[in-house]
Ligand binder design. Structure first.
Ligand code: NAP
Length: 292
């Protein structure tokens, strides 16, 4: 079994990005600029945004953080999105999700200029990704693809089972694994109403678990030699930790890992790659790689 080290891979990619940014700037080019909008004080969102700001520093990007209290109006938020769309210095920006219930998340996503949508959530980017055109690919699926590539894991013609069908992970992951220029796999998507989930998993060469159910994937669901990618990050209470919780994956690591050819740990697997993929997208936005 080989452990897929997302932390080390992400650190290497950030170094590569930083070298490229240095080169761009040495040639008189513009420093890439990522902005983030954060609403409220949700612990998870605060951590993600803080890590994104730190990653920007590591990559040599400029970063700005715009904060709002939980009671911000939808109008005010949309107005800020418009300002960022129009700000020529901002290459890309994200609105940290989830948003409070009184704000229509989809409306906010669609208000973002797709050319600055480095999260890849705008329908234009989602649509372009689905038909294999250059675009911002959402960060978690892009991070997983990068891990598979960097570890030279063969995916072409393999049977891949994706657990979960969310817009940010499951669906784009399945699309990408299916496409010829990316995974080129035979893909099955399972969700909470799938009756043959266990059987599908048992036949899979690659399992990508993104359901948010701690320890859901057990050894009896995994065939010998499978590649297992664990996207799940659920906070579970843990009195031994200073924070009072730990992050738990969707895979029962101790019993599943001995059967795998490759497996990602939680934490230290997919998580660091997600942020590093956002940095990749920001660099591409700065270079106007996909859109003028
Ligand atoms: P989500 O929007 O809640 O979607 C969960 C999906 O899992 C849904 O499609 C749901 O099915 C399915 N599901 C739930 N319980 C199931 C069960 N018992 N059996 C089969 N399918 C089940 O979650 P998400 O945003 O995709 O995130 C999934 C997990 O990944 C979470 O733990 C999240 O924290 C983590 N995550 C990690 C990163 C990272 O960077 N590491 C990034 C994003 C997400 P239905 O469609 O039928 O409801």
């Amino acid at each position: 079994m080989q452990l897929i080290d997302g932390k080390a891979t992400a650190a290497k990619i950030k170094e590569e990005i930083a070298a490229e940014v240095k080169d761009i700037m040495a040639k008189g080019g513009k420093q890439p600029h990522l902005a983030a909008i954060l609403v409220g004080h949700d612990g998870g969102s605060e951590t993600y945004v803080k890590n994104k700001v730190l990653a920007c520093e590591a990559c040599g990007f400029k970063s700005s953080l715009i904060r709002f209290e939980e009671n911000v109006s939808e109008e005010e938020l949309l107005d800020t999105v418009k300002k960022l769309n129009d700000d020529a210095d901002v290459d890309g920006f994200i609105v940290q999700l989830p948003l409070p219930k009184h704000i229509d998340e989809q409306k906010v996503i669609e208000a973002i200029d797709y050319r600055k949508d480095v999260d890849g959530f705008h329908p234009v980017n989602v649509g372009r990704m689905a038909i294999g055109l250059p675009c911002f690919i959402s960060a978690t699926p892009l991070g997983i693809l990068t891990l598979l590539q960097r570890y030279n894991i063969e995916t072409s013609g393999k049977k891949c089972v994706v657990l979960g069908r969310s817009n940010i992970v499951g669906k784009p992951m399945a699309q990408l694994m299916m496409q010829k220029q990316y995974g080129d796999s035979t893909v099955t998507v399972c969700h909470s109403h799938s009756k043959t989930l266990k059987e599908e998993c048992r036949e899979a060469d690659i399992i990508i678990a993104a359901i948010g159910r701690p320890d859901f994937v057990t050894a009896d669901m995994v065939k010998e030699g499978a590649v297992v990618i664990d996207v799940g990050t659920t906070r579970v209470p843990d009195a031994t930790r200073k924070s009072g919780f730990r992050l738990n994956g969707d895979v029962k690591f101790d019993e599943v890992s001995p059967k795998c050819s490759f497996i990602t740990p939680v934490p230290g697997g997919v998580g660091p790659m997600t942020i590093c993929s956002l940095m990749k997208n920001t660099l591409a936005a700065g270079k106007k790689e996909y859109y003028k």
